[in-house]
Design a binder for this molecule. Structure first.
Ligand code: UTP
Length: 302
């Protein structure tokens, strides 16, 4: 039996086209859209770092250069900010990563789906477990980092872990759904027997949907690299997860906190409002405006 390895690496697939945000994403990566004052990608990077990840592998594609530039040390900008005594701004753009964390970039030549994107990182990850973060999902918990809990669960059990949340019936068809085969949820955890990608409500094995955080065994690459085409004509991560669940077992961790799907216009606006309301400067100035807007909206509706 091989001993359980530490989770040191994370893969972030960012090669998608972001068509739901056109024209904003015509010349700019979706992951660089800002939620209050940080691009979406920075929330995911900070979360990975908080979970103890030491190497972040971005799977990028055409037109994503701005994303790579964002994490560089900005020498000229730093000089200007320094000279002007703008210390808060200087702090915001320098030392964005602890010195033990490194970023690695690889390419997905054409967007053949999430599973294919993760397969592109196989050689860089190698034979060890790895986290996957879909940056579109911003996760907020004021007290803990759910990804850290997932890493701990993997390191305790040796089983791959997905983050899950309850999904309303009409939205089951948009998610990878957990098959818990009657297993109970204890302390927010459950055993998972399998997964079904985007099922019709009548075929869904549960109401638990996968949200964009995973800790995966290297066994997943075996299936991802076979290149089997799944739902929507794409190489699906869910299909590889279903195969691994059969042989290695799997764990689900229920999300404790907020999740914003920033790949969708509604979720993106909600994330902006939510994080704005956490900000001491913005919140008291925004709140009266939101209340007024809500009043005007209900007057219009009545
Ligand atoms: P989405 O399903 O949200 O697709 O991808 P998308 O292309 O980013 O956005 P829309 O639907 O056209 O608006 C989920 C995640 O998988 C990545 C995306 O970058 C996103 O992080 N992805 C998707 C890839 O890296 N490659 C792909 O081929 C597909």
């Amino acid at each position: 039996m091989t001993s359980i390895k530490k989770v040191r690496k994370a893969v972030m697939p960012v090669a998608g086209l972001g068509t739901r945000f056109l024209p904003a994403t015509k010349a700019m990566p979706k992951e660089m859209l800002t939620v209050v004052d940080k691009p979406i990608i920075q929330y995911a990077v900070e979360e990975a770092v908080a979970a103890g990840i030491e190497e972040i592998i971005f799977v990028t594609g055409r037109g994503k250069a701005a994303l790579e530039n964002h994490f560089d040390e900005p020498y000229e900008l730093a000089q200007v900010l320094n000279a002007k005594g703008k210390t808060a701004e200087l702090e915001a753009v320098t030392n964005m990563l602890p010195s033990n964390v490194r970023l690695v970039y690889t390419r997905q030549g054409s967007p053949k789906g999430l599973g294919h994107a993760i397969g592109c990182a196989a050689d860089i990850v190698g034979d060890e477990p790895f986290a996957v973060l879909l940056p579109d999902d911003i996760i907020y918990n004021a007290h803990s980092t759910p990804l850290k809990d997932m890493v701990n669960l993997y390191e305790e059990t040796g089983k791959s872990v997905v983050l899950a949340e309850e999904v309303p019936t009409e939205r089951l068809k948009n998610y990878g759904i957990l098959d818990v085969a009657g297993a109970a949820i204890t302390n927010g955890q459950t055993d998972v027997a399998g997964f079904v990608e985007k099922p019709a409500p009548e075929d869904a094995p549960s109401n638990l949907g996968v949200v964009g955080r995973y800790v995966l065994s290297p066994e997943h690459f075996k299936y991802l690299l076979q290149g089997n085409i799944g739902a929507g004509g794409e190489i699906q991560l869910t299909d590889a997860m279903a195969e691994v669940a059969k042989t290695e077992g799997y764990k689900g961790l229920l999300l404790d906190g907020e999740r914003f799907d920033c790949g969708d216009k509604v979720g993106f606006q909600m994330a902006n409002l939510f994080f704005a309301m956490q900000d001491d400067y913005i919140a008291p100035r925004l709140q009266p405006f939101l209340q007024e807007l809500a009043r005007a909206q209900s007057k219009k509706a009545s």
